[in-house]
Design a protein around this ligand. Structure first.
Ligand SMILES: [Zn+2]
Length: 422
């Protein structure tokens, strides 16, 4: 029989088909009579043993090896022995080469699909994946970001913490929860703590409390998107109050929803949308006022330096009416509460924004899809150790040393879109 197996020490002698696998019967090529290690005398043949092991698929079909090995017994002490086969992974009841294939595929395929393809149990795939993840956690290390983003994402049944490298656009790490109990150990154990110069997050207080004591050179800047988002939310509150005031005729001119017209930045409106906005402004003057406050708040970020930005905010706050616009008053209060960290935006050598925020929706979409049947730890591993995305995240430091920055976010998103991470 032609040796399709190409495994050292055994040869195929028969082959048959079972419902879900191709069974290849194999026997050892040569068998040397072993010597008992304790008694130092040759052992005696004592029947044969048949064991089944999974092997790499052949002709797209799962393969099971049925290996028949002679058993030996020491007549003096009763010890039993069988010829050793170096290509077997006894723990997994599979060939080592199959375990390798599963290791290579398990973070980029579903466990179920991989189990079906190889004929091993889903739990075996899962166990191999867990071993691999433990190994990766010990060996893979990403360069500590100089500009670090911290964000939250609702994933696998809870708010998780995603740590990113904002200079290189890579995921650096993921934490199970965004509480201080999870954040503090992360910052305490972080290598090259002094490297971190900027941390960009939202207004979630535990973030700052967690890193402040561990990162000696890090300054907090509150993410611009999270700040201006509050102005949009304030406008939304006002809009809901007034929307119903629009007459039927007026609604016809306002083809798009008022929400859309008022939330969009004016420079992004088409001429038709601009006209529609004019209709809304005339029909609902109160909403026009709120809209202008939203826009002038966004305008603060167009200021070229910190002093001008602070002045712009002060002017904005001073023009708020004494009555009404409570949502904008609350926004002003929040800005005061986080004043230094918000205006630190202008201290940075270049605008630091959580670019990750843009990708957030894509990642959520991906994680929701991955989420079915996967624990947070598997999703984390699939994200953090994605081979494709890590390739992009590799650079060469001055000199020859290869450094890894972590999985590249745009590549992860592309994979998410195409379903490659499933
Ligand atoms: Zn013996």
């Amino acid at each position: 029989m032609l040796d399709l197996l190409n495994l050292p020490g055994i040869k195929p002698v028969d082959m048959y088909k079972e419902s879900k696998a191709l069974i290849i019967v194999a026997v050892p090529e040569t068998v040397e009579v072993p010597v008992c290690g304790d008694c130092n005398i040759p052992m005696h043949k004592h029947g044969t043993r048949k064991n089944k092991f999974s092997d790499t698929p052949l002709y797209m079909e799962p393969v099971r090896l049925e290996i028949q090995r002679p058993r030996f017994r020491c007549e003096s002490c009763g010890k039993m022995a069988m010829p050793e086969l170096s290509f077997l992974d006894d723990k997994r009841r599979a060939t080592k080469r199959l375990v390798d294939v599963i290791r290579q595929q398990c973070l980029s395929m579903t466990f179920r699909a991989l189990a079906e393809q190889t004929g091993v149990a889903v739990n075996t795939v899962k166990n191999i994946a867990h071993d691999l993840i433990d190994e990766l956690a010990q060996t893979v290390r990403y360069e500590t970001p100089v500009i670090m983003g911290i964000d939250e994402v609702n994933l696998a049944g809870g708010y998780r913490c995603v740590i990113t490298n904002l200079a290189t656009n890579n995921v650096f790490d993921m934490l199970e929860h965004r509480t201080q109990e999870h954040l503090k150990p992360f910052f305490r154990e972080l290598p090259d703590k002094d490297k971190v110069e900027w941390v960009c997050t939202d207004m979630w207080r535990p973030f700052k409390r967690s890193f402040a004591q561990y990162l000696p050179n890090a300054k907090l800047v509150i993410d611009k998107f999270h700040v201006v988002k509050m102005a949009s939310e304030a406008l939304e509150e006002e809009r809901k109050k007034y929307q119903s005031q629009l007459s039927k005729e007026q609604r016809i001119y306002v083809k798009k929803s008022i929400r859309w017209l008022t939330l969009k930045r004016p420079e992004n409106l088409t001429p038709t949308e601009q006209k529609a906005l004019q209709v809304v402004r005339q029909a609902i003057p109160e909403l026009a006022v709120a809209y202008d406050f939203k826009e002038s708040f966004f305008g603060i970020y167009d200021e070229p330096d910190k002093q001008k930005a602070q002045n712009a905010f002060e002017a904005w706050e001073n023009t708020l009416p004494m009555q009404g616009l409570q949502s904008f008053r609350r926004l002003a209060k929040t800005v005061h509460n986080h004043h230094d960290d918000i205006f630190a935006y202008w201290d940075a050598p270049f605008p630091i924004i959580n670019a990750y925020t843009e990708g957030l929706n894509g990642l959520i979409k991906m994680s929701n899809r991955l989420g079915r049947g996967y624990s947070y730890h598997i999703i984390r591993a699939k994200t953090l150790y994605s081979k494709e995305a890590r390739k992009v995240g590799t650079g060469i430091r001055a000199g020859r040393e290869k450094v890894e920055y972590g999985p590249h976010i745009p590549t992860l998103l592309k994979q998410a879109e195409s379903g490659d991470l499933d």
